[in-house]
Design a protein around this ligand. Sequence first.
Ligand SMILES: NC(=O)c1ccc[n+]([C@@H]2O[C@H](COP(=O)([O-])OP(=O)(O)OC[C@H]3O[C@@H](n4cnc5c(N)ncnc54)[C@H](OP(=O)(O)O)[C@@H]3O)[C@@H](O)[C@H]2O)c1
Length: 323
Amino acid sequence: MSKSLPDLCIGLDGPNVRPIGIGTNAWGGVQAANSIPTNSIAVVKSALESGVRFFDTAEIYNRGRSERLLGEAIRFVADDFQNELDVVVATKFAPLPYRITKGSIVRALNGSRDRIGFNRPIGLYQIHWPYSVLSTKALMSTLASAKRDGSILQIGVSNYNAKQLRYAHKILQDEGIKLASNQVNYSLINRAPEENGVLETCQELGLTLIAYFPLASGALSGKYRSGKKASGLRRFMAQFRNASQLDPLLSMLDELGKIHERTPAQVALNWLARQENVLPIPGARYEEQARENCEAVSFYLADDEVDSLSHLSRSIGSMGGII
Ligand SMILES: NC(=O)c1ccc[n+]([C@@H]2O[C@H](COP(=O)([O-])OP(=O)(O)OC[C@H]3O[C@@H](n4cnc5c(N)ncnc54)[C@H](OP(=O)(O)O)[C@@H]3O)[C@@H](O)[C@H]2O)c1
């Protein structure tokens, strides 16, 4: 058996990437006291060294600072790797209530491109959430034009339910374009995409399910077990308020980690990447986190280990959101 999980194609016609990416929503934000400072250049460098080249950001992450830091970091390390063109940058349009014209999408896209600072198309442009004054038809047809004029390479959505996905997919299909992905909350403690039809719909339509909160905001790393308190908004998340409920799962992650000489976080990410056409994008702020997360797909959990994790995590129930 191969030692590493195979690459994954984004959508039906996208690039092949390692089956893990880097999330950047904490970049450029306020850090918790005593936390290790964000080092975006080291994260990008270490990801590329591990063969990982998918980076997720959004225009609303820290008022564009995440996009800027990501672009700067990629440009900085590009000379070392000479493969800037191989990097897939995924960013997102925020359908804010005052955005009521197609022109506002084009302006937002140009803003993202300026901040990221590449003289080339955005790899994957996603609609951040489905609630919008603009109709799905207006959103999709504007993105279809952006794809045709070469501003973006692929179109994705985020937080769409199965029905919304089918509708967006159909509109693009009528334009001769494929919807590539849906980005949703999915982890060992949030199996909702398996239950609400989103995973099944993605698989049926050939969309990649991009999994955010794959570490349940760090809870699945086990580092909050010893009474350490989570910082910021995380405090209010169910997995931190009811931390002891995770103990059996964390014990199994420990146990499997020992067998494979991996950390609990790596086991949790490997489980997710083993689901068909699922791309986890753990947030990483510094080199060690990035390296650990990227190496999470360089081993294989045995089938029965995947099943045991699936079974146990189901019995724990759904956590991992703000509410
Ligand atoms: N589309 C959407 O609506 C949406 C929503 C949320 C997030 N996202 C995307 O999904 C990405 C991932 O979500 P997320 O970053 O919020 O949650 P996450 O990946 O579940 O958790 C990331 C947090 O866990 C900790 N961590 C990361 N790697 C670790 C490791 N190896 N060991 C121990 N702790 C580790 C870090 O916290 P510390 O640095 O504090 O240790 C990090 O901030 C985001 O960056 C963003 O790109 C999308």
